[in-house]
Design a binder for this molecule. Sequence first.
Ligand SMILES: C[S@@+](CC[C@H](N)C(=O)[O-])C[C@H]1O[C@@H](n2cnc3c(N)ncnc32)[C@H](O)[C@@H]1O
Length: 224
Amino acid sequence: MSEGRPAHRIRTFHPRRSRTTPSAASALIRLLPGWGIDVDTAPPHLRDTFTPPRPVVLEIGSGMGETTLSMAMAAPDTGIVAVDVHTPGIGALLAGAERESLGNIRVCVGDGVELMDRLAPGSLAGIRAFFPDPWPKVRHHKRRLVQPAFVHRAAVLLAPGGTLHLATDIAAYADQMLEVCSDEPLLDVGHGLIGRPPWRPVTGYERRGMAAGRDSADLIATRR
Ligand SMILES: C[S@@+](CC[C@H](N)C(=O)[O-])C[C@H]1O[C@@H](n2cnc3c(N)ncnc32)[C@H](O)[C@@H]1O
């Protein structure tokens, strides 16, 4: 554990094992040294990790990275920093970024909440968390990512006009997202819970929920 890292932080993620494909493994070995950001040494201004520097959107829990990739391709002048504890997914994202010759993606293998601790106030253009782990059992609700402390820290990190974009397909979690963001004085929740905006690609996790009959809700809160 690094100096200054809270010892008792509650983890918001499940430990999980899954296979790393050969292309993802190769991408991790070749590209992580240049495109990876270490939680313990991340610069306070992530824009400096891009050449040339540019506004940065932080995506927490990028999963297999398909949505990250499409959104990065659609906004080449925005730097996307994708953070996930799931190494095979980060490898798949790196492989995709190389395949598409994208220069606007950086990755971090680790806990996005810890990465946020290192960043400078007002330094992000956006923060995304699409389908954070739902933790359905009541005794696990404390593990949900979207809590008052997380939302406050996110609001502090956003530049004025920057957005916190959340999505979930668990109705009770959507209500929690709305309540917590509405209670944060630095944020304006705009239209509240909305359907998936057409410019947000369906995510891998969301696709499985749709097949099971679940509807998604998005929330886009703006830093005042
Ligand atoms: C349910 S999956 C959704 C993945 C992707 N956003 C999608 O919609 O397909 C949640 C992801 O968040 C990651 N995650 C959860 N808590 C995290 C944290 N504190 N920091 C980084 N990643 C986290 C998990 O490892 C997992 O990959």
